[in-house]
Design a protein around this ligand. Sequence first.
Ligand code: NAD
Length: 472
Amino acid sequence: MRTKLYINGEWVDGIGTIAVHDPSDGSIIAEVALAGDAECEAAVAAADAAAVSWAKTAPRFRSEILRKAFEIMTAENEAIATLISRENGKAMPDARGEAAYAAEFFRWFAEETVRTPGDFRKSPSGDKRILVTHQPIGLSILITPWNFPAGMATRKIGPAVAAGCTMILKPATETPLTAMYIVDVMERAGLPKGVLNLILPEKSGPAISKMLHDDRVMNLSFTGSTEVGRIILKEAADKVIRCSMELGGNAQVIVHDDADLAITIPQLLLAKMRNGGAACTAANRIFVQRPIADKFIAELTKSMSAFVVGRGTDAGITLGASVSLKERNKIAEIVDESVAAGGKVQVGGVKPEGEGAFYPATVLTVDKDNPILNHEIFGPVAPVVIFDTDEEGIAWANDTDFGLISYVFSGNLTRALRTAEAMESGMVAINKGVISDPAAPFGGVKQSGLGREGGFDGIHEFLQTKYIALEI
Ligand code: NAD
């Protein structure tokens, strides 16, 4: 297990350590190194020194490093999944899925590295030729959250390597071990020194602020809450640092009265319960049309009752712990507030006694003004609201500041498409519970973020467009 900072190709100590806890029982898994000012400066200097030569490397060279990293991660899926589960708390099926998903970003961007398009045209007036090319934007800061410690790191490292940018990765303090493992994979895959550096600052705010005011830093790729994203955007504004922001969600689900519940319930369970509900894509506000509401609520409640709660690495567990007691208690408070405001518990809803950051799978029926609909729950809690007309369902669903993803269930494709087009979100899933795919553009509108990760767009978050005019 790697527990140190990674700067200029060396694993180094910092100014002290911080404990990483197993959220299932609060025990300490490891002490990891913390970066002070000197380590942060060394990381910037290393990434800056490597930037010019790295940008000039052949795309095929970078592509093969990513391909090798994909192969290592695939071969080591179980070890990576176990580490994710231990420091994050999620159940092994979720952790295995994340480790595989994370590796896929390296495969996808290995393929994208050698296919970056350019353009060569005659200008409309005929006075010149227009050449459009893309160049690596340069030193990039990558900041990741705790909920997908592997997937969110590779979704940034993959395109940064593909584009030819050097990087400083700052993982979440709760889950640095998985990030350290991935950096180790990149080292084994042959990434030159200085290209990727990992820091864990003692105080993230001031350390990242200092970097965003450093002339050597060109780009920021952040995944985390909207609250923190807003602070960082303001910091980045002073030097007009380019920003890609993958922020919070409050995903809406519309279940039309012609939805096939045999498809809807299992898919909705994926949308709600993947990662124990700690996903930016988690189904958070479920709107079901009145004619099928009773049957839907009964079937959802029955399925949610079947989750087996416990330590993520134990056999048979389908719902692990939240990342910390603090996060678990936030979930419990949101449910208690909802119940006090009239929400009716169908199953779950009670914070367990004893150690471990556990919370049971919970279904609540609420009215459309219940406060739970204004929270990104980030836990295994499904609030259900009944609506009547399609127009009402769509209006209620869009009544949020967030716009990452929506889910639509209907047996009628035209109706589903009409609703999908009306959803104010960057992504819409029709009759499907999980749509994240390295080959598709992931990202939100409204306060869910700026930019896209994955797909053909992902590499462009690390490239800048250059137009060259040619007299001819
Ligand atoms: P968070 O915003 O608290 O932290 C995210 C990262 O920012 C962590 O590494 C944290 O240490 C760091 N950070 C915190 N304060 C900072 C500061 N002032 N300056 C610089 N860095 C700072 O988020 P979290 O609790 O780790 O993750 C959950 C959130 O992430 C949820 O809101 C979720 O929706 C969001 N998320 C979004 C996506 C997406 O793709 N849109 C994916 C996963 C998670």
